[in-house]
Design a binder for this molecule. Sequence first.
Ligand code: UDP
Length: 456
Amino acid sequence: MEKHREQKGSRLVFVLYPFQGHINPMLQLATIMYSKGFSITIVHPQFNSPDPSKHPQFTFTPIADDLSQGKVSPADLFGAISALNKNCEEPLKECIQKMLKAEDTHDRISCIIYDGLMYFAQSVADHLKLPGMSVRTSAAATVLAFAVFRRGDEQGYISFLDLMSKDQVTELQPLRLKDLPILRNQDVADLVLELRANLSDSVKKSSALIVNTMDFLEQNALKQIQGLFPTPIFTVRPFHKLAPIIFSSLLKEDTNCISWLDRQAPKSVIYVSFGSLASIDEKELLETAWGLANSDQPFLWVVRPGLVRGSKCAELLPKSFEERVGERGCIVEWAPQLEVLAHGAVGGFWSHCGWNSTLESICEGVPMLCRPFFGDQNLNVRYVCDVWKVGLELENELERGNIEKAVRTLMVNTEGEEMRKRAMHLKEKVNLSVREGGSCYNSMNELADQMLSLRS
Ligand code: UDP
């Protein structure tokens, strides 16, 4: 990592979207910019507040969001995006106006850096004549997917819903629009349209688009986005290789699993986690449990509160399962995932393929068993299985026999050998990109320079 250099008096204001998969990359980016000498203010909705005591170097400012008053369920993600953008605009404006009043030459706001889903922040930045930068925490391909829809509408020859039901769109190949099923959902079509227009507008007005990806993973998509938007684009992954690991979990991490991992053979453990939002039913929990037990591999399984719809999870696992696996299985409510994936005992990751989990696995050369649930996860799986070829998909109903077979292919069978080698090869590419002169290293420095130049 580059030595801390003084960005005299320059402050960056980060605006968070309050869900785990968004909070992590934003706080990691803030940590890197802090290491480059910027002062950092984190503005966040009251819902899912991060814990300021874990980041004493930052100033935290909560803003009212109106989400907790029962009008919008945070589980309804489109509704939450829409509500946050309506409810938080005035509070953010007031908060930044106060900061501007208190400004002096030793502490000036350089830029507002907002999660792209909090697009109202660009209007606030424009209103206050401050530069804004939009951060996309998902794949570059999702930016492209939205941009492609916009062109279709403008040309007027294809309806939005027809376009979304098409399998192949030239710009996205080999990814498919049908890999984004939420965008084809009639019930939320209006909200998708609203989101699409607002995302595109804010990116066009912003001083830069920051994408949570690595250029060598998404060259095609990035090249096309650059052709569609005049805005400069910066790719900023992998954060945790460029700055110390930070602790931004909303749930308490159970670190006992690390000493359990220390007792396992190299590359023998399958790590299983479906992220912070996905849920399964009781039957799927039991099939998963028995599939893991029958695979004969050691496993570390995250069974977070809320994973099983309507039940207290771990209580559902029968005694016979516990007796069968004994010390071979370790179950936690929340894991220190970056540390787990970097541990030498971990040889595979059964994941829901949230974008952060996908990138974190790639950074450590861990091949993936993919089980997508919703949103962009289907699209991420296409990257993992068909483009980078570092994983296999667990399709159809969750069933113990299929799980057992897939885990063994991923971890030990000769069938999975090439996939495992490719995963290690991708890790080497990541390592090269973060070295001095590497693409990620350079992109991060150029971004810091750009931030500094905006309001000098
Ligand atoms: N995570 C973690 N511990 C766990 C499970 C997940 O720290 O037990 C972190 C993981 O490292 C990732 C984030 O939570 O950074 C989940 O984001 P992702 O985009 O993968 O999925 P989402 O939760 O948004 O569906």
